[in-house]
Design a protein around this ligand. Structure first.
Ligand code: UT7
Length: 321
């Protein structure tokens, strides 16, 4: 039996931090409103010399260092992003070139905020099928570039960043390590609740993010609790067996509501939305790396990842470190 086992993680953030108070100078909002409705206190915003690929490269290098694995040993890079450097080629190929590991596969996946879950499940499948041995799974975004900075309903919610995991195919009898179970979903009927109003084949512009927040919120809690239950059942565990939930960091209230529905104590939920805001596909690996580096998530822990985003798309994945 082949398992995709965890080897290391890393993350990268832009240099510039923007507080709620700073934002309230340019848009009609307040620190009080943002904190109360979302839990966000600040976000990192990419400067001119920072792009999705530079953040992804930073996170990938940190993950390789953490894993003690040389870039030349990587034969698969799956990068989740909705804000690639260019329409093509895939940002993953830029990462590949920068790391100097041109021997294997490299491609992007696009599932917006669920992108990391889609990337992890894709990499896991490729490792299990024997098509690759060692993978970098990256979530990297510069959502600041697609925000309408005059729309207070969206521009206060997002930030930039990247996170990466190294996973490796391991053959053996031990069934209880690595990626244990994953479920992915999509519902294209919900397009109009969260989308970007531009693109190469429609407007030939990049466009701006548009969101009906209240409706997205409602769907998020329902879809996330349901996919979490599916993965718990697939894995044959009880919710109480989970050591840590690493959720997509969209809104502290969504995290609380989802945990409550599953009867999970709030102390088991990793929350970084206060510092990073919503970094879309980067948010789960960024939160995971933050919690590993601050000593909360440890080797042997049972960790549940979950996310929901534009499309709609949503998914969850259970991994034993
Ligand atoms: O990552 C992909 C998934 N995305 C999400 O999961 C986001 C889900 N949605 C949310 O997190 C929340 O719905 C928001 C944070 C986006 C909004 O919170 P809400 O409690 O649902 O507020 P609302 O949209 O219902 O707006 C309430 C009020 C409105 O004013 P009125 O109409 O009641 O007078 C808004 O105009 O708050 C107003 N408002 C703001 N006020 C100050 C909206 N944005 C702001 C703002 N500052 N930034």
């Amino acid at each position: 039996m082949i398992r995709s086992v965890f080897r290391g993680s890393g993350s990268a953030l832009p240099a510039k931090v923007v507080s709620n108070a700073e934002l309230s100078k340019t848009v009609d909002t307040s620190d009080e409103w943002i904190v109360e409705r979302t839990g966000i206190r600040q976000r990192y915003i990419a400067g001119e010399d920072e792009t999705t690929s530079t953040l992804a490269i930073g996170a990938a290098r940190a993950a390789l260092d953490d894993a003690g694995i040389d870039a030349s040993e990587i034969d698969l890079i799956v990068l989740a992003t909705a804000t690639p450097d260019n329409t093509f080629p895939a940002t993953a190929t830029k990462v590949q070139a920068a790391l100097g590991c041109t021997g294997g596969m490299a491609f992007d996946v696009q599932a917006v905020c669920s992108g990391f879950l889609y990337a992890l499940a894709t990499a896991d499948s490729l490792l299990k099928s024997g098509m690759a041995k060692r993978a970098l799974v990256i979530g990297a975004e510069t959502f600041s570039r697609i925000l309408d900075w005059e729309d207070r309903g969206t521009c206060v919610l997002f930030g930039d960043g990247a996170g990466a995991l190294v996973i490796e195919a391991e053959e053996g009898e031990e069934a209880n390590r690595g990626v244990i179970a994953s479920r992915l979903h999509a519902d294209g009927d919900q397009h109009d609740l969260l989308y970007v109003d531009g693109g190469p084949s429609t407007t030939q512009t990049v466009g701006h993010l548009r969101m009906k927040g209240r409706e997205v919120f409602r769907h998020a809690v329902v879809n996330l609790s349901s996919v979490l239950r599916e993965v718990i059942e697939d894995a044959g565990i009880a919710a109480a067996d989970i050591d840590w939930v690493v959720p997509h960091q969209a809104n502290a209230r969504i995290l609380d509501a989802t945990a409550r529905k599953l009867g999970l104590p709030a102390e088991k939920v990793i929350v970084t939305v206060d510092r990073h805001a919503n970094t879309s596909a980067a948010s789960v690996p960024l939160a995971f790396d933050t919690a590993r580096k601050d000593g909360r998530i440890k080797d042997g822990d049972l960790v549940m990842f979950e996310a929901m985003g534009g499309g709609f798309t949503w998914g969850a994945s259970l991994m034993r470190l």
